[in-house]
Design a protein around this ligand. Sequence first.
Ligand code: 4AZ
Length: 256
Amino acid sequence: MALPLPASASGMLRIVGGNSTDTGQEPWMVALASRSVYGNSRSGQFCGGTLVSPTKVVTAAHCLYDESTERPADRPDLRVIVGRTDLSTSDGAEVPVSRVWIDPDYSMSSNMWDIAVLTLAVPQTGRPVLPLVPQGATAPYLAGTTATVYGWGDTSGRGQYPYVLHQVQVPVVGDAVCQRDYPGGPDGTFRARAMVCAGEQSRGGKDACQGDSGGPLVVGGQLVGLVSWGTGCAEAGHPGVYSRVAAMANAVRGQL
Ligand code: 4AZ
C-alpha cells in the first residue's frame, strides 16, 4: 500500500537541490521587490541581486523588463531588500532605487547582455559587498569549477517559493557542451560571448529556477554570473544559463 508522499518530501529540494542559508553569511545577497506587483507575503520578492558597492546592486536586465511589452517595466515601488533572510519578516531594510541602468546591448529575444545596475537611494555603508570578477577573466569559467548560486526562487520547478534564502553548488559546464545543449530553436541559443552554463549537466537535480533570476553565481568570492535563463529547472541536459560577468565587468564598472 502506497503511503501518501508527505509534503515535506518535495521540500527536500532547495533553490533546486540545495539548502537554506542566510544573509548574515551572504550579506551582499539582496532581493528585488515590488509589493504592489508581487504582494506582501514574500515581501514582494521577484528577483535576486548582488551588492557590489555601498550604493550599487548588480542584477539581470530581464528582471526589469515587462515580458508583455518587451520594454523596461514601470515599478514605482521597486525596492532592494537587504539583510532579510526570511521574506516573511521585516528584518533588514527595504531600500528605494534612485536609478536603473540596463545594458544598452541587452536583448530580450536573444537573452544577450542580461545585466543591469541599480543605484540605492540609501548607501549601505558597512555592509560587506561582493567584488565583480575582472573583465576578461577565464579561470572561473573552466568546466568543472565549483560555483554557488543563491536565491529565493522556486525550490522544485513546480512553483514552490520559499521564505528563506537558499544556495546550491553547481559545477560550471563547458561552453562546447552548453552549445550542444542550447543550439537554438525553442530552447534558446547559448552564446559563450555573454553567457556561461552551470549545473549537473548529465544528472540534473541542482539548479537555479524561476525567482532566482538576477541573483549571483559566485566562484572564489567573486561575482562571475547572474541567473539568466534555461529550459525548465534542474533537468539533465539543460543546465542553468548565466550572464558571463567577466564579459560585462567594464561596462558595469562604468556605472559604479
Ligand atoms: C526564470 O524563469 C528562470 N534553470 C531562471 C533560471 C532558470 C530557468 C528559468 C535556470 O527566471
